[in-house]
Design a protein around this ligand. Structure first.
Ligand code: PLP
Length: 398
């Protein structure tokens, strides 16, 4: 028999499956709340003006498409480091951080996972329960055993903080703990600043290896505010990995722009880490693509484009908050006695709405409204035109 003869069908990606079902639905009023993408009030994925302007300049330059260095565009890596750690941070001043351009946040996580597997092969990985679905798969495919730590509390629709700290305390020394730096996906439930302080103290005391995943910087409270957790971790001096993504914050999903940053104990150690990260990149895809990195670097380093980006990102953030407010206020009227106030407390693009699987299926079958079976909805897919219909439907299935 051929080597392919015995290969099984791989399981379908649950979220992409929702989009397939949505695309096949002929109801003109259909709504997809199952996505992980920001839509504007017109229901479109925006092309940010800062991106368009940066692209116009790039087009004019008609630059040849040579290979980038293995670690990516130098100006991009530098700008990312300053964005993630703060330009005045000690890790940058002491040249202890290394950053490699990566294929989105996913690519950054994968390089980080492969790197950790090579140098901490026996460590266990812990991800939040629940987490972005791909965290488990990524770290398992790098060869790690992946465990959950307590995170979400369905009773409060917030964080089970006592459970989380107990789980952190119980992890073997040297365990890799994946933390969402802001705007937790899928729940929308984040820690408070005071809770982060406690988590950091435990991570340091127990010798855990923090891997901060930041895919939504700027979607919570602001660019600097959302990055504060990374800076606090960096200030402790522990070994630290940070993956970040510009897919959402620049609306550049398909360009695959992200980065992995690793903080070392010294500049000399950082140089060794970078050489090993480059080896991993080299044996996977040699070097990253040029376009997205050039666009993001230009926006981050050109003052007027930077300002434009910050204001466009603020608009996205404010619109999501507005949709959260409307969600709560409208449901108050349509479903009196039910409390959805927690949707206003949650942050980022998502909400664990508390809708059950049965309710999600009724929304799909009776109203052509698509959400994830877990009850996760993308608040950023709500807009002034679809929200009334969505709220009416939710009130009917409650
Ligand atoms: N990490 C989290 C928590 C995410 O939600 C996502 C995307 O949805 C990513 C990483 C991956 O981002 P990217 O699309 O840039 O690969």
């Amino acid at each position: 028999a051929s080597i392919f003869g015995a290969i099984d069908m791989a399981p379908r990606d649950p979220i992409l499956g929702i989009t397939e079902a949505f695309n096949a639905d002929t109801n003109p009023q259909k709504t997809n709340l199952g996505v992980g993408v920001y839509y504007d009030d017109e229901g479109k994925v925006p092309l940010l003006n800062c991106v368009r302007k940066a692209e116009e300049v790039l087009m004019e330059q008609r630059a040849p498409r040579t290979y980038l260095p293995i670690e990516g565009l130098a100006s991009y890596d530098k700008a990312v480091q300053e964005l993630v750690f703060g330009a005045d941070s000690a890790v940058i001043q002491e040249k202890r951080a290394v950053t490699v351009q990566a294929l989105g946040g996913t690519g950054a996580l994968k390089i980080g996972a492969d790197f950790l597997k090579r140098f901490a092969p026996d460590a266990q990985v812990f991800i939040s329960d629940p987490s972005w679905e791909n965290h488990r798969a990524l770290f398992e495919s790098a060869g790690f055993t992946v465990n959950n730590y307590t995170y979400y509390d369905p009773a409060t629709h917030g964080v089970n903080f006592a459970g989380m700290t107990a789980a952190l305390e119980a992890m073997p020394r040297g365990s890799i703990v994946v933390l969402h730096a802001c705007c937790h996906n899928p729940t929308g439930a984040d820690l408070t600043a005071a809770q982060w302080e406690q988590v950091i103290a435990i991570v340091v005391a127990r010798g855990l290896v923090p891997f901060l995943d930041m895919a939504y910087q700027g979607f919570g409270s602001g660019i600097a505010e959302d990055g504060a957790v990374v800076r606090k971790f960096a200030a402790t001096g522990v070994p630290l990995l940070v993956s970040n993504s510009f897919s959402k914050s620049f609306s550049l999903y398909g360009e695959r722009v992200g980065a992995l940053s690793v903080v070392a104990a010294s500049h000399e150690e950082a140089a060794r880490l970078l050489s090993q990260l480059k080896r991993i990149v080299r044996t996977n895809y040699s070097n990253p693509p040029t376009h997205g990195g050039k666009v993001v670097a230009a926006v981050l380093t050109t003052p007027e484009l930077r300002q434009l980006w910050e204001s466009e990102l603020a608009q996205m953030r404010v619109r999501i908050k507005e949709m959260r407010d409307q969600f709560v206020e409208r449901l108050k009227l349509k479903a009196p006695g039910r409390d959805f106030e927690f949707v206003r407390q949650q942050v980022g693009m998502f909400s664990y709405s508390g809708l059950t699987k049965e309710q999600v299926h009724r929304l799909r079958d009776e109203f052509s409204i698509y959400a994830v079976d877990t009850g996760r909805i993308c608040v950023a897919a709500l807009n002034s035109k679809n929200i009334e219909r969505v709220i009416d439907a939710i009130a009917k299935v409650l």
